[in-house]
Design a protein around this ligand. Structure first.
Ligand SMILES: Nc1ncnc2c1ncn2[C@@H]1O[C@H](COP(=O)(O)OP(=O)(O)OP(=O)(O)O)[C@@H](O)[C@H]1O
Length: 280
């Protein structure tokens, strides 16, 4: 284990060191990510949990190259992507994909599902994109004819499956899941989480799973990092951080995780496990 709490990830996975991001200019400038370090190995899921405004999405955006970083390094598969020239950065960035929270706004409504899925394959130079699309649709549990239809013809859960298919189409090394199930009901949420896990087993991708919900993060993560006001206050094994947190802020998050009734909770857990098994 190194100081970021993971096995060495500098060569194969992701290694983030002392990452800093600030928004605004001059007197309005505010640092919202304040020296964050973590690593994610291939095939591993790191949960990033924190309240609204703690900087979770900004970290995801920094990994995607969508916000300029003001300090630190992001080493992915051996390259510090913050220092790569634009041309080389694009090639590395293709290997980092994202699934957003809102399956309604993240898919172009005027494109068929096939075109939505072929697009990233075309950019990656995959010759036989159309047959890979059929394979992807099967992988996420949608019928073959889904390719000829439009996003508006699908439910929220199905759309999120399409968004997941798009993110994993070119077998990325890292998938950033930014609240991917927050807009879904419990059953659909469990199916989407099961799907993400199955795909991870098949592809060996590293996941950064962002959520404000410690309960959801616990279900999918190997390790959890707790973000408070732009800094990681606690990081460790998923069970330990979620069940026996050592930092007062994590304890507050734990208390904020809705536990309506122990019996209801137990039944939900059982149901989620069944659904996860059914999807695996
Ligand atoms: N483009 C921007 N310009 C200026 N400030 C921003 C911008 N984007 C985010 N912020 C601020 O940065 C801080 C962190 O925001 P961020 O969206 O990363 O938090 P978050 O933890 O993902 O929150 P949420 O769970 O609500 O999405 C917040 O104070 C937010 O207001």
């Amino acid at each position: 284990m190194d100081e970021s709490g993971s096995a060495s990830t500098a060569e194969a996975g992701l290694e983030v060191r002392d990452l800093r991001v600030a928004y605004g200019r001059r007197r309005g400038r505010a640092e919202v990510v304040k020296g964050v370090s973590f690593g994610i190995a291939p095939g591993e899921t790191l949960g990033l949990v924190g309240e609204s405004g703690s900087g979770k999405t900004t970290i995801g955006r920094a990994l995607l190259g969508l916000v300029p970083v003001t300090g630190g390094s992001i080493t992915f598969r051996g390259h510090d992507i913050t220092r790569l020239p634009r041309s080389r950065r694009r090639a590395v960035a293709r290997d980092i994909q994202v699934v957003f929270q809102d399956p309604y706004s993240s898919l172009n409504p005027s494109m068929t599902i096939e075109d939505i899925l072929v697009e990233p394959l075309r950019v990656a130079g995959v010759a036989d994109g159309r047959s890979r699309v059929r394979e992807l649709l099967r992988q996420v549990g949608l019928p073959d004819d889904a390719g000829t239809r439009y996003p508006s013809e699908f439910s929220g859960g199905q759309r999120q499956r399409i968004a997941i298919a798009r993110a994993v189409a070119q077998r990325p090394g890292l998938v950033i899941c930014d609240e991917p199930t927050s807009a879904l009901d419990l059953t659909t949420q469990a199916r989407a989480l099961g799907l993400l896990r199955r795909i991870q087993r098949e592809t060996g991708a590293a996941y950064l799973f962002i959520s404000h919900d410690l309960g959801v993060v616990r279900e999918v993560s190997d390790r959890i990092a707790v973000l408070h006001e732009g800094a990681i206050v606690e990081m460790g094994d998923s069970e330990q951080v979620s069940l026996r947190p050592s930092h007062p802020y994590t304890r507050r998050l734990q208390l904020a995780t809705p536990v309506p009734d122990p019996d209801v909770q137990a039944r939900r857990r059982q149901r989620r496990r069944e659904l996860l098994k059914a999807d695996a």
